[in-house]
Design a binder for this molecule. Structure first.
Ligand code: GAL
Length: 694
């Protein structure tokens, strides 16, 4: 089933502006048919117009529903200062619509034109060493420069005036992959003003930052240096927060230009980068309508659990379904060796995205530019305009999305367990890792993976998210903790919640200063135990206890028990003498719930057993029990319906028995098998989409 762009726009209207009762007629007429979308990044400005129709015909044949255009096309849209040319884009959008393809418009501000940066060099970014960027690459602008913001606002506003009511434009992507801050004089002055606003007096800043250390005491805010490493960790943390606020106001600058001229059904987002830690995504997403991310494999092999975690992370930015704005058509061009995904894994990844709450999967890119920095990148169509092999796999994805879309429409993942991602804590650990192997994201994943495997649904949340809906909440390394957060956590446990704290939790206050108590700081009395000392490890330390035998690696904290009712679950064996026979994991039941502290980075099997015990205590069941390892279970549901997506990430066939008959929404041998089955056989990278009874 193919839907018009207006129909697709309706989905976004429902998604983004569910609370707004009045929608325009065009946006509501297809309300009952929301699809899943396949898309591609299309750069018509790079190709002769005579080739557009051929490209779009191939897209339509691949069931591509949406293209993202305009991103990076500033020099084509505003060839000289104040002279805008959108006629070519009008024609590209109209032609796409003829092929039933709608459009996300990118504001082109990640790639300023040469006339702009030549005439106004102050708009160029300055690096930490004071060197100004040049034209030729991208993202070479200063994110604070007022003049740059004026130009960005003007192009965004002109685009919105022109396209804000275009029925084929469904949404906006601001800029591209916000990344590098600038260290120009304006940025520094704004940082100083930001600090002054926050601290009021320099004496207050000196106190919180403990600047008597190394004679750092400041007399004025403008004496404060601006660098991203080697400085006082309090300064580094505040700089990250300033950068986060600045990307937020950078977004607001363009949103203020677009929103007054755009239909409410047009969403505004930007495309983010998974675990990128340059700024706080929750801060930036507070002003965006939906979240979107660019899903690229950054290692040699596709680690499906890690990739699923990044989807859950992105879903957590707005706590609702999201877009995959870019993903790779089998390979990229920027890794040391750009090995491709295996045949079948592109489809596997597409369905994983949907399973974790994506509404759209867009490939980067449709067709290689004739020249430029990315000539080797994966595409769907070669420079000659004919399909490359992966095109046909994407075509299959497109058919399947169209087939299963109506049943999946309006559903999203739900979970009884949550894992908190906290930027302050990730940054604070990153500033002073202490143990080279203590990568905060890897540590998060060490908690996430067994949780996901056993519960089959995890919400990745900000620590500020209300916790009452969750039976189990895990904080892998909440290094920075405020008293207010500690109070919320204690209330959560008292009311029946199960809470797991990981190593390094509760060590710092909001200023990155050491808590006056040992870890876990304001939770010491509540836990009835504390960290006596922490140790970086370059060898495995044995642990044993009621969770069996295992090892601690990378990090081990020597715990002590202070409350008589706190119980030790694991004890260290012989190692460095300090840790010998001391507690590694302690737990205590408080009120109607339970708090557990694990002071070591445990091996995967032991972490798995700890997770199992916690899930049992919290009363969390898997969605589909007895599934072979490597087969991922995803569930999307709403009040009326529920769909299971099973993905065999293994390289061998797997059999999955179902607890009740379910209707297959896609299936082999024919797409769209409507058969009801009681088991599914999944080949390597195979996918089953099943409608379950509600
Ligand atoms: C993304 C970027 C795209 C393209 C892609 C290549 O990070 O947004 O423009 O460069 O990488 O993998």
């Amino acid at each position: 089933m193919r839907l018009s762009c207006s129909a697709i726009a309706t989905v976004f209207t429902a998604l983004v502006f569910a609370a707004i009762p009045q929608l325009n007629a065009q946006a509501t007429q297809y309300a009952e048919k929301p699809p899943l979308l396949v898309g591609a990044a299309w750069y018509p400005e790079q190709w002769p117009e005579s080739q557009w129709d051929h490209d779009l015909s191939l897209m339509e044949a691949a069931h591509i529903d949406v293209v993202r255009v305009g991103e990076f096309a500033w020099s084509t849209m505003e060839p000289s200062e104040g002279h805008y040319d959108f006629a070519w884009l009008d024609r590209a959008i109209a032609l796409a619509a003829k092929h039933h393809i709608c459009v996300v418009l990118g504001t082109p501000t990640a790639a300023p034109p040469a006339w702009l940066t030549t005439k106004y060099p102050e708009t160029l970014r300055v690096d930490e060493n004071g060197v100004r960027d040049e034209h030729g690459n991208r993202q070479q602008f200063s994110f604070t420069d007022p003049l740059y913001r004026r130009f960005a606002r003007d192009i965004a506003e002109q685009m919105a005036i022109h396209f804000g009511h275009n029925p084929d434009v469904v949404g906006w992507q601001l800029d591209n992959e916000y990344g590098n801050p600038s260290f120009d004089p304006t940025a520094k002055a704004q940082f100083h003003a930001w600090l002054q606003k926050k601290y009021g007096t320099i004496a207050s800043l000196n106190r919180h930052w403990a600047t008597a250390y190394w004679s750092q005491t400041y007399d004025n805010f403008d004496e404060i240096p601006v660098r991203e490493d080697g400085e006082n960790p309090a300064l580094l943390l505040e700089w990250k927060r300033f950068v986060s606020d600045t990307w937020k106001s950078y977004s607001e600058n363009q949103i203020a230009a677009i929103r007054p001229h755009a239909d409410p059904r047009q969403f505004i987002t930007t495309n983010t980068m998974g675990w990128f830690e340059g700024f706080n995504e929750y801060t930036v997403h507070s002003v965006l309508d939906i979240a979107a991310w660019d899903d690229y494999i950054d290692s040699d092999r596709y680690d499906y659990l890690a990739n699923g975690a990044a989807h859950d992370l992105t879903r957590g930015y707005k706590m609702k379904n999201f877009w995959v704005m870019e993903t790779e058509p089998a390979f990229v061009n920027w890794r040391p060796t750009n090995t491709p995904l295996q045949k079948g894994e592109v489809r596997d990844m597409a369905w994983q995205a949907i399973g974790h709450g994506a509404e759209t999967v867009e490939y980067w890119q449709w067709r290689s530019a004739p020249n430029g920095q990315e000539e080797y990148h994966g595409v769907l169509v070669g420079a000659d305009g004919t399909p490359v092999p992966v095109y046909y796999e994407v075509q299959q994805v497109g058919k399947e999305f169209a087939e299963a879309g109506p049943e999946i429409a309006g559903t999203s993942p739900h979970s009884e367990v949550a894992l908190a991602n906290d930027f302050d804590s990730r940054w604070a650990i990153g500033f002073q890792r202490h143990s080279a192997g203590f990568d905060p994201v890897n540590e998060m994943l060490a908690f996430y993976k067994p949780l996901r495997q056993q519960s089959q649904a995890v919400d990745m949340i900000s620590i500020d998210t209300p916790l009452d809906g969750y039976k189990l909440v895990e904080l892998p390394a909440l290094n920075v903790i405020s008293q207010a957060t500690a109070d919320r956590l204690m209330a959560y446990v008292r009311q029946g919640g199960h809470l797991l704290l990981g190593p390094r939790t509760g060590m710092k206050d909001e200023y990155d200063a050491l808590e006056p108590q040992r870890q876990p700081g304001p939770l010491v009395d509540f836990l009835g135990g504390r960290v006596d000392q922490f140790y970086a490890l370059d060898y495995a330390v044995p642990v044993s206890g009621e969770l069996g035998d295992g090892t601690a690696n990378i990090w081990a904290e020597q715990l002590s028990v202070q409350a008589p009712d706190a119980k030790v679950l694991l004890t260290y064996g012989k190692s460095n003498g300090w840790l010998d026979d001391r507690p590694a994991v302690i737990t205590r039941s408080v009120g109607k719930g339970r708090i557990t502290y694990v002071g070591a980075w445990l091996d995967a099997a032991t972490m798995g057993r700890l997770t199992q015990q916690l899930l049992q205590q919290a009363g969390v069941q898997p969605i589909l029990p007895g599934v072979p390892e490597g087969v991922e279970v995803c569930q999307r549901s709403n009040a009326e319906k529920s769909v299971l997506i099973l993905i065999n990430h293994n390289t061998k066939d797997e059999h999955v028995g179902l607890p009740e008959p379910m209707r297959e929404l896609i299936g082999e041998p024919g797409i769209g098998s409507q058969e009801t089955v009681s088991a599914v056989d999944l080949p390597a990278y195979g996918v089953a989409v099943l409608e379950t009874q509600k």
